[in-house]
Design a protein around this ligand. Structure first.
Ligand SMILES: [Zn+2]
Length: 274
């Protein structure tokens, strides 16, 4: 599933292809993904509008339009956006094709159909529930040690659940949660409020470090992930614990174990993570 670094990478690779271009048409090949797609009439209303900027908020890609509205894409579990400079046939699972007046087309493929495409009318974007309930961006100045300590201190929920809670901090999915907890030396199942201020700060810095590094490396390549130019990411080379059950811990040489909690796998070193 694309997490924050992958969506950031897609946003950066897509921006030069579509920013400043005018939408010439949107071709829809499926009635719905996670929810129904905009209607033909709604899509006609944004045709002819120029994309003034591309922005990532959590795992949403927001296209700001010169009419004042916006187009919002979520890639779900398996969504891909691939830009083609010339005509390109719709492949299997291509559900939406965006055409641009200046040429080129962008294909939105999503084999598992958990993605979404929504339109926001002018002035409506900031108030959309899917956006306004989100927590802070982990790579922004709003994600301070103080903010994070407060949120940890207020809950008995396990620390891994807290860092994956999008209302606390956005974009920390399972892979990066495992990696950040390993880096900070914290056991994933400890209650949030049991962390000392120093541990809270270590974890806050680890989240920033792990996500920042993953963005730098172009994301982690899972089976379906590609950026807008069809290139895979390279962060999986750097994963210390995720997916490495029974392999040696890179820090102490002990064995990495896998625990199941709330339906997700946690990978950790029990000697290094207390
Ligand atoms: Zn270890």
């Amino acid at each position: 599933m694309p997490e924050l670094p992958e969506v950031e990478t897609i946003c950066r690779s897509l921006a030069p292809h579509i920013t400043g271009k005018v939408l010439a048409g949107v071709e829809v090949h499926a009635p719905k993904l996670r929810r129904p797609l905009p209607t033909a009439a709604e899509l006609r209303a944004v045709t002819g509008q120029r994309i003034t900027a591309l922005e990532r908020r959590a795992k949403y890609l927001i296209w700001h339009l010169d009419g004042g509205g916006a187009l919002i894409i979520h890639l779900g579990m398996s969504g891909q956006l691939c830009f083609h400079h010339g005509p390109h046939p719709a492949e299997l699972h291509t559900h939406v094709i965006f055409h641009f007046q200046e040429g080129g087309q962008l294909h939105f493929r999503d084999p598992r159909r958990f993605g979404s495409l929504d339109l926001a009318a002018p002035g409506e974007l900031a108030g959309l529930p899917m956006l306004c309930e989100l927590g802070v961006e982990p790579l922004s100045s709003a994600f301070t040690a103080e903010y994070f300590r407060e949120r940890l201190g207020a809950t008995r929920r396990v620390v891994k659940t807290v860092i994956m809670d999008q209302r606390v901090v956005v974009g920390v999915g399972n892979i990066y949660a495992n990696e950040a907890l390993f880096q900070a030396g914290i056991h994933p199942l400890r209650p949030g409020q049991s962390l000392s201020p120093a541990e809270g700060e270590a974890l806050q810095l680890a989240i920033i470090c792990v996500l920042g590094k993953a963005v730098e490396r172009g994301g982690t390549t899972l089976s379906d992930y590609r950026n807008a130019d069809g290139e895979p990411g390279f962060f999986q080379l750097d994963l210390a614990v995720y997916g490495r059950e029974v392999e040696p811990c890179p820090r102490c040489g002990g064995q990495i174990v896998r625990l199941r909690h709330e339906g997700r796998s946690s990978y950790l070193c029990e000697a290094c993570q207390k």
